[in-house]
Design a protein around this ligand. Sequence first.
Ligand SMILES: [Zn+2]
Length: 129
Amino acid sequence: MKRSLTMFLRALRLRCPNCGRGSLFVSWFDTAPSCPGCGLRRDRGEEGYFLGAMAINLVVSESIPIIGIVVTWVLTYPNPPVLAMTVGGMIGAVILPLLFFPLSRTLWLALDLSFRPVDIHELNRPQTE
Ligand SMILES: [Zn+2]
């Protein structure tokens, strides 16, 4: 449990959940092939590995505009600002997935590592791309 919490805290800092030393990103949208600290492969050697990260990103970043619209509607009823809610919701629905992208990847890796700890063979493996 403590190990999982540590990994999630590292993920929130966009660090490698396994070691916490290395950044997994070379840019906002591009991950390094492996962690510079421990050598953990970013995709753990599995094709389509970040499908879970995409799901996390979709659920979290699209829920926020919906919650904002609902809260605004409830607070301003019976005269909700429909245009502002529509524009704000559309902007949020486009921008939030981009902002949340790297965090969704590190959180997904932390979640996966909580259930499937690192095997020694996953570290420092040569990249085959
Ligand atoms: Zn690492």
